[in-house]
Design a protein around this ligand. Structure first.
Ligand code: CP3
Length: 353
């Protein structure tokens, strides 16, 4: 794309602390934001919830903007993550999606060559236009120091939900498909890889300043499959985005990736590695280059419980990464019963040096 078509806000590198840290600078104290910082633990979020169902909230720019801003107003986070969902992509291509109270997402499963026909790649960009409109508005409304994050699920994780038809304990259908119908599985992965990259470029062009790729379920795969279906598609997405938007930092979250996360970081070319709860930050730091930013990784349960243990554990993580690029975050999303004042105490503990 040409320079003339990018909005004025994109000219020049931003010095927002989160973007500096994601580009490899050891910012101190580390910038902080939380996965699922917009959510049911906030009373103002629950109030909006009564007005519209989840999909409508994601697809109505004024609601998505308001929900994104709520945690920023309360806590002044360094990053604002767009209020949306990783399952918007399959929905935008035509797969049925609804969210049911207590059950999570429900999709009409895709398991055969015939099922794949519901996916219409040509409609995707138009269908996600309200998401891009929300990003444009957010760039105008966010405080000067707050960076705007766009995101997507990575192809394998999104495929898990598409094939299972929702969440799953054992992912039996997708694992059977990988073995018994590799051509259907590979076609699905190609569609997802191509469209994830395209959709994320659309988010950047609308104002997202950094991108996070959520791979919540890649960690269920054995090493060779992890290389093929987690690392390789992520590498392709990084390559596609970087060719068009070289300055936009990319964060990868290979949850449950264990020791494979070092290889993931190296081969995908991401700027920042988000760590899950079980990763020991100082140990991971020894396995990756000094210029790679680490993000994470407080246990959301410790945040839920609060008190002295919260302050102590948050500072232990922060201090164990002092001197290298770090973005403070959780190892997974905020739990919905978390008292909002615990989040305030966490942000204060991180910023107090
Ligand atoms: O604040 C943020 O982090 C931004 C918004 C965001 C949501 N989902 C909002 C959401 C992000 C980044 C996601 C990512 C996401 N969505 C992932 C990857 C991260 C992870 O948790 O592992 C996954 C696997 C999904 C799919 C998904 N969406 C599930 C399994 C569920 C149901 C579980 C639940 O928490 O209710 C959702 C629903 C969802 N996505 C909610 C929110 C705020 C709750 C919906 C509601 O308000 O009722």
């Amino acid at each position: 794309m040409t320079q003339a078509s990018t909005p004025a806000v994109h000219t020049g590198r931003s010095d927002k602390p989160l973007l500096r840290a994601l580009r490899g600078e050891a910012v101190w104290p580390p910038p902080v934001w939380l996965m699922r910082q917009a959510g049911r633990y906030l009373p103002e979020f629950r109030a909006m919830r009564e007005q519209a169902d989840f999909l409508t909230r994601c697809m109505t720019p004024e609601i998505a903007v308001e929900l994104t801003l709520q945690p920023i107003r309360r806590y002044g986070m360094d990053g604002a993550i767009l209020f949306s969902d990783i399952l918007i992509l399959p929905w935008a291509m035509g797969q049925d999606l609804r969210f049911e109270e207590g059950r999570g997402p429900i999709l009409t499963p895709i398991r055969t060559e015939e099922d794949l026909k519901v996916l219409d790649e040509d409609r995707m960009m138009d269908a996600v236009e309200p998401v891009r409109e929300a990003l444009r508005r957010l760039r105008r409304e966010l405080p000067e120091q707050t960076a705007l994050l766009g995101f997507a699920g990575s192809p394998f994780t999104v495929a898990c939900y598409m094939v299972e038809g929702g969440g799953s304990r054992d992912f039996a259908h997708i694992r059977a498909m990988m073995q018994q119908k590799p051509s259907v599985f590979n076609k699905l992965m190609d569609i997802l890889t191509r469209n994830t990259a395209k959709m994320l470029c659309g988010q950047i062009e609308a104002g997202a300043e950094a991108i996070m790729l959520f791979d919540s379920w890649g960690g269920i795969l054995p090493p060779e499959a992890f290389r093929q279906y987690v690392i390789e598609p992520t590498r392709q997405i990084v390559e596609y985005i970087r060719a068009r938007h070289p300055d936009v930092p990319l964060v990868g979250f290979p949850r449950l990736g264990g020791v494979m996360v070092a290889e993931y970081a190296e081969k995908t070319g991401i700027n920042a590695l988000a760590l899950d709860t079980v990763a020991e930050p100082a140990k991971v730091a020894e396995m990756v280059p000094d210029t790679l930013t680490l993000q994470g990784n407080l246990d959301p349960m410790i945040l839920l419980n609060g008190g002295e243990a919260l302050v102590k554990e948050a500072r232990r993580i922060r201090d164990s990464l002092k001197g290298r690029p770090h973005v403070f975050n959780l190892g997974h999303g905020v739990i919905k019963t978390t008292p909002p004042e615990h989040v305030a105490a966490l942000v204060e503990a991180i910023r107090d040096v």
